[in-house]
Design a protein around this ligand. Structure first.
Ligand code: PLP
Length: 487
């Protein structure tokens, strides 16, 4: 076991995990063998490919096994100790543990462990901000009536107020997320939105430009955080900008929560002390189960705590239990080493590309991801993604700023280091990964479709896929996933 691997992922648990999974698969097989088969195959596929998707990771067997229990069967709408369902005492235990670990890990006054995903966490946060900033004064003016006593006209006043607030977040093509005010997403429909971008020359956030845009638009909510921005953000500056117009600062740290937890991002780069509300997923660099979390200051906590019934129904109790396990893992000293390795490996990956003359958005990285501009290879993101997959390299295509190929075909490939770092990959391995990616892209040519030039079709030079597959297998075999686990 390397220092990067979480407890439960090391060989010392392999026998127990093997027994558990073998038994589980036999039980599943007796009901629907095709599901058991696909589950075995998924492990094989994950073991035998270079997983570079920046938002994915490998959770420990302890986290995975926690999700497969009878907590899945329990309804528990409400909050710890205050449920709309009976017999929730054990759910109370695991939800309270998840929240406690999250508060301790991130130094937050309050944590809400119920969101089912990152999108849910953001919706809970938005409605909590609206409830805190808009609904309460509205209700006060309406005579502080109980909700049941509000007339239709009162509701209409409230709806108009809630629905006409302003939000500003980072645009999708410069690295923001759909939920940060992108028009087709509900966040871009429930709010009057405007977006900030990055400097067109450097690709970096220009804080003066963000401040000017915020001064002009005066949003109620300023969102910071990203899905595909390869740089750190100065959250102290973002808070100053928000304060100037009285905006609530919400930070979505879904992508880099592991780097915050692992104390790689500290000081101005740690969003939690500066944001009024911080949201995250638990399954990306944080290496937990699929799910969301919301952290908040005392001021916003009461509204976030009403995530159910405001936005959510019954929490996924089995996933909250797994969040508690994953957050406990993230509090271990080994997680700090892991987080530092993730950042160091991203540097090695970026340098590996730069020394082979591949173009990177912003010219490099200082977080866990790089954004490769594949136009220099004469390819679209779609062609590059498909060719890499043929060679066993799993990435995802991603828009680059002002992308000439739009959000579907794109001109970029996003690559992240969290997953392979969990397997034990080091800096030299990531340099080799960069070499293999470049080898595939140099051997890929755009091809025409039946109606002329195509942004999807491509040809890969003979022998490339086999050669790269073989080289990747050497790296993968030296850094096995779930070492010792046999099904
Ligand atoms: N926020 C950010 C910044 C993300 O990158 C993502 C996922 O890609 C989400 C939110 C949504 O997370 P989920 O897929 O769990 O809903």
């Amino acid at each position: 076991m390397t220092s990067s691997q979480p407890s439960g992922l090391g060989a010392e648990y392999a026998d127990k995990a093997s027994e558990a999974y073998r038994a589980a698969l036999q039980v599943i097989e007796s009901v629907e063998p095709r599901v058991a088969e696909a589950t075995r195959k998924e492990l094989e596929d994950q073991r035998s490919s270079l997983k570079l998707i920046a938002s994915e990771n490998y959770a420990s067997p302890a986290v995975l096994l926690t999700m497969g229990t009878w907590f899945s069967d329990k309804y528990a709408e409400g909050t710890v100790g205050h449920r709309f369902y009976a017999a929730c005492q054990n759910v109370d235990t695991v939800e309270a543990l998840a929240a406690e670990h999250a508060r301790e890990l991130f130094g937050a006054p309050y944590a809400y462990a119920q969101p089912h995903s990152g999108i849910d966490a953001n919706l809970v946060a938005y409605w909590a901000i609206l409830a805190t900033r808009v609904e309460a004064p509205g209700l006060a003016e309406l005579g502080a009536k109980h909700v049941n006593d509000l007339s239709e006209a009162d509701w209409e006043t409230l709806r108009n107020r809630m629905g006409n607030q302003r939000l500003m977040g980072m645009s999708l093509d410069t690295g923001g997320h759909l939920t940060h005010g992108f028009r087709p997403n509900i966040s871009g429909k429930m709010f009057h939105q405007r977006q900030y971008g990055t400097d067109p020359t450097t690709g970096f956030i220009d804080y003066d430009a963000v401040a000017a845009a915020v001064r002009e638009f005066k949003p109620l909510v300023l969102v910071a955080g990203y899905s595909a921005y390869p740089r750190r953000v100065n959250f102290a500056k973002m808070r100053e900008i928000a304060d100037e117009v009285g905006a609530t600062l919400m930070v979505d740290m879904a992508h880099f929560a592991g780097l915050v937890a692992g104390k790689v991002f500290t000081g101005d780069e740690d969003p939690v002390p500066f944001a009024h509300v911080t949201t995250t997923t638990t399954h990306k660099s944080l290496r937990g189960p699929r799910g969301g979390l919301v952290l908040a200051t005392e001021e916003y906590a009461p509204a976030v705590d009403k995530g159910c019934p405001m936005v959510l129904g019954g929490p996924l109790s089995h996933v909250m239990a797994a969040k508690a396990v994953a957050l406990a893992e993230a509090r271990q000293p080994a997680f700090r080493e892991y987080a530092q390795d993730v950042a160091d490996n991203a540097q090695a990956l970026a340098n590996g590309f730069l020394k082979r003359d591949a173009a990177l958005v912003t010219g490099g990285t200082d977080n866990h991801l790089v954004l490769l501009d594949v136009t220099s290879f004469g390819l679209t993101g779609r062609q590059a993604e498909s060719a890499l997959l043929d060679a066993g390299i799993v990435t995802n295509r991603n828009a680059i700023p002002a992308d000439p190929n739009g959000a579907w075909y794109t001109s970029g490939i996003r690559l992240g280091t969290p997953a392979l770092t969990t397997r034990g990959f080091g800096a030299d391995d990531f340099d080799r990964v960069a070499e293999l990616v470049v080898e595939v892209l140099q051997n890929t040519q755009p091809a025409a479709g039946p109606n002329g030039p195509s942004k999807a079709k491509y040809t890969l030079a003979d022998g490339t896929a086999e050669r790269v597959h073989a080289a990747a297998s050497e790296l993968l075999d030296a850094n096995p996933l779930y070492p010792g686990l046999t099904l």
